[in-house]
Design a protein. Structure first.
Length: 367
């Protein structure tokens, strides 16, 4: 296996090798994330991005219902509903429809706190990406990642869960932007994906997207995805410290154990990236959670919900996002959501919203 150098982004300017860095977890990243909140993380870069575009950040942040001082610390915890409002306001105040990408391209592996540090000290790029997928929920329950692959291709996909509808494209642009930065940290600065899929209409000016991703772009897609060679997952990460990795893994497990999320919400998170694939049946989800199918049903019943009800809830969320942010045809949306015919999807959407998908898309603004 090829060894690659990822030492430039270890501790935010600390040039010491990993073995000389303090083997303790910084106090600022030890706090458990309450339900409905998100660590600021990547979105800390909103402040310098606004300034770069000539907009004073504090009034915009206050208009979203947040204290500007929270943006002094990437590990500040804020309601994710407020973060969605903030992204929407930022686009409105700046007139920049790719604001999220500007935020993401400024962020680094350190923006992900404990998870980013665990990625940095993982043995291989594949272990790092799997650490992201398994543990991002300790910091961020809005962006949901998933890793799949076949025929030598890896597909790293992100979904925006329970985000304000108008902020979804910005949040996903930021996620894609920082993830490419992270992969370049781990694989080398010359790394580039094979292709990037974006669930948004193609902008008139794609220059920034092409400059940052350095790869073919496909807009109006069903998911936000980075496609790259599966061989890259085998690359070793130079300077990874096994002792630090063990400490970080232990602390993240403690955080996950103390997080106290509802079981039904965990199922929603899993479905958000899997509903548009062929691996989202109750049996598939039970297998993923390493529990019996009957155990899954029993635990959902205890929360007053059934698997089908949750599945339809997430289908409705995905359908709204694709109808509002993309020009994906109705037949394609129906197929992506598991409907054999567009008419079946139309009937279901009418039950959920009181409108046909076409009428809902035509109406436009639903916030």
């Amino acid at each position: 296996m090829t060894q690659v150098d990822g030492t430039e982004c270890l501790t935010g300017g600390d040039s010491r090798p990993p073995s000389q860095v303090s083997q303790t977890v910084p106090a600022t990243i030890r706090r458990t994330l309450p339900p409905g909140f998100i660590h600021l993380g990547v979105s800390k870069e909103i402040v310098p991005t606004l300034r770069e575009l000539g907009v004073e950040p504090d009034p915009v942040i206050r208009a979203a219902g947040l204290d500007p001082h929270l943006f002094d610390d990437a590990m500040s915890m804020i309601p994710f509903a407020a973060l969605g409002r903030l992204y929407t306001l930022c686009v409105a105040r700046t007139g920049c429809t790719h604001f999220g990408l500007l935020v993401g391209r400024r962020a680094s592996i350190l923006s992900l706190g404990l998870v980013g540090r665990l990625m940095r000290h993982s043995h291989t790029v594949g272990e790092a990406v799997r650490a992201l997928v398994s543990n991002l929920s300790t910091q961020d329950r809005v962006v949901v990642p998933a890793l799949t692959g076949r025929d030598g291709i890896a597909l790293l996909t992100f979904a925006a869960y329970q985000a304000e509808s108008r902020s979804g494209p910005q949040i996903l642009d930021a996620a894609l932007g920082v993830t490419v930065n992270i992969l370049r940290t781990l694989c080398g600065s010359g790394w580039r994906p094979d292709e990037v899929l974006l669930p948004r209409a193609a902008p008139a000016d794609q220059t920034l997207y092409r400059h940052h991703f350095r790869a073919p772009l496909r807009f109006n897609q069903e998911s936000a995805s980075i496609i790259f060679s599966a061989r890259d997952l085998d690359l070793r990460i130079a300077g990874a410290d096994p002792m630090m990795r063990a400490l970080l893994e232990e602390r993240i497990q403690q955080l996950k154990g103390a997080q106290g999320t509802e079981f039904s919400d965990d199922i929603r998170q899993l479905l958000r990236t899997r509903l548009t694939s062929n691996h989202c049946s109750a049996d598939d989800i039970a297998h993923l959670l390493t529990i019996h199918r009957r155990t899954l049903s029993r635990r959902l019943k205890e929360s007053g919900l059934g698997y089908r009800a949750i599945t339809n809830e997430i289908r409705f969320e995905i359908a709204r996002q694709l109808l509002q942010d993309t020009q994906v045809p109705l037949a394609q949306i129906a197929a992506a959501l598991g409907y054999s015919e567009a008419s079946a999807f139309t009937r279901a959407f009418r039950r959920w919203s009181g409108q046909t998908p076409t009428a809902w898309r035509t109406e436009g603004d639903h916030d």
